[in-house]
Design a protein around this ligand. Sequence first.
Ligand SMILES: Cc1cc2nc3c(=O)[nH]c(=O)nc-3n(C[C@H](O)[C@H](O)[C@H](O)COP(=O)(O)OP(=O)(O)OC[C@H]3O[C@@H](n4cnc5c(N)ncnc54)[C@H](O)[C@@H]3O)c2cc1C
Length: 468
Amino acid sequence: MPELKKSADVIIIGAGFAGLAAAIEAAEAGASVIVLEKMKAAGGNSVISDGCLAAPQTEAQKAAGIEDSPELMYNDMIKAGEGLNYPALVETVTEKAKEAYLWSKEYLGVKYLDRIDIFGGHSVARCHTSTSVAGLDLVKKQLKRLKDLSVPVHTGIYVKKISTDNSGRVNGVIVYEGYQYKNGTAGPEKKIQANQAVIIASGGFGSDIPFRQAQDPRLDCSILSTNKLFATAEVLKEGLAVGANPVHLSRIQLFPWASPNEKGFGAGPRFGNYVVLPHGLIVDPKTGARFVNELCNRKEMGEALMNLGHPAVGIADENGVVTAGWDISRALKKGIVKTFTSLDSLAEHFDIDIENFKKSIDRFNDMIKNGWDDDYQKPLVKEASPVITPPFYAMEMWPKVHYTMGGIQIDASARVIHRNQHPIPGLYAAGEVTGGIHGACRLGSCAITECLVMGRIAGKNAAAPGLS
Ligand SMILES: Cc1cc2nc3c(=O)[nH]c(=O)nc-3n(C[C@H](O)[C@H](O)[C@H](O)COP(=O)(O)OP(=O)(O)OC[C@H]3O[C@@H](n4cnc5c(N)ncnc54)[C@H](O)[C@@H]3O)c2cc1C
């Protein structure tokens, strides 16, 4: 790794999807760029993501006969966000979503699965997943491109402060070199001068228990998180310290189809998210009854579970697992998803009243045959089939803190907006550290789209002389 320079045109804080996209565009525009990352490896939460990206009007959708448009995606995001979303930001993300998908595919070389998935809250299938089903693919391609562009990604550099000149213009950062997350130690402080701009791309704060609990007191340490442990708020707070306006900080997304029986994201969501929601049902073990539309958005599902007060049970049968076509062997091997030869043995294992449970299954199966869910208005997928074929698969489901919708206010040019509603000169932001795009609830697979769209805009604009 080359020595950390004392200055660069553009300094980027954070080496996840958003920061790396910004770095590529700023370098392509001719700026000298450095990326600062506190951990010993790049990638942040981005590397552990599932790598699903939402985009409308793609060739893959057309081939599958799916009619979609940026307007439809916009409406879905605004509906899930309960209208709290900033319209200009949602418009930018949805208008440029297809371009971001093609950029990842054609410019960076990410390969996508042939299938296209629908997640709760989307009105059509538009989620494109990389072949490895992991964000690592995209991060690796971004890092490779930065290497070709000779942009250094400095790891083990902890950004402590964003500095400004007397006029309030952001002019650099103060960092600790040699930061080691494990023991919290760091080397000397160093000032790095930004000739044009600083871009904040430091990710969300899902693992920052004091900060998130200050926003939503329910989210104490008893609620686990899918995030990496280092997803904390120190750079967000630095942004606020130089005047950035905070937006929707208490809007914290719970990931509802996680397992309480494993740490982090784990193996369970592959079954919960991709198999149970479209092809199965979720019951309250206390009543044996369904209690929610399995394809509602994450906020509705998270709240339904929190109101239940205990884990629910997600169930699918062999047909559902085969039709979904996802490999759930890791979850089976870990014992997170269990198999049962009969519904009776499943009910006994989870201590569910068998009579009520069977009534719920019968009612669910009738609804599939009738093609309409009278109870919860679940939008049935066309391949949905009754849950009757053993073996039956089931897992406990309980929410984990997953995503922070709130953050720093930006405009559609990715400029950071001051409390007084003017852009802060020399400061841009992109990715999960920003707020306003998703409002009350982010739809699954829209974060990667957002990181690429807004990261690229931030990089281009930060590099443009005179704009910063
Ligand atoms: C398990 C999981 C699965 C997901 N799957 C999907 C999915 O399939 N589709 C989708 O759209 N979204 C998904 N998401 C959400 C999405 O992955 C994230 O929102 C996105 O990756 C955030 O990218 P980012 O660049 O903003 O931040 P990150 O990728 O988190 O990167 C931020 C970087 O900033 C660094 N940093 C922070 N503070 C400092 C500091 N003081 N000094 C220096 N560096 C610092 C961090 O170490 C980190 O590396 C998932 C999230 C999780 C947790």
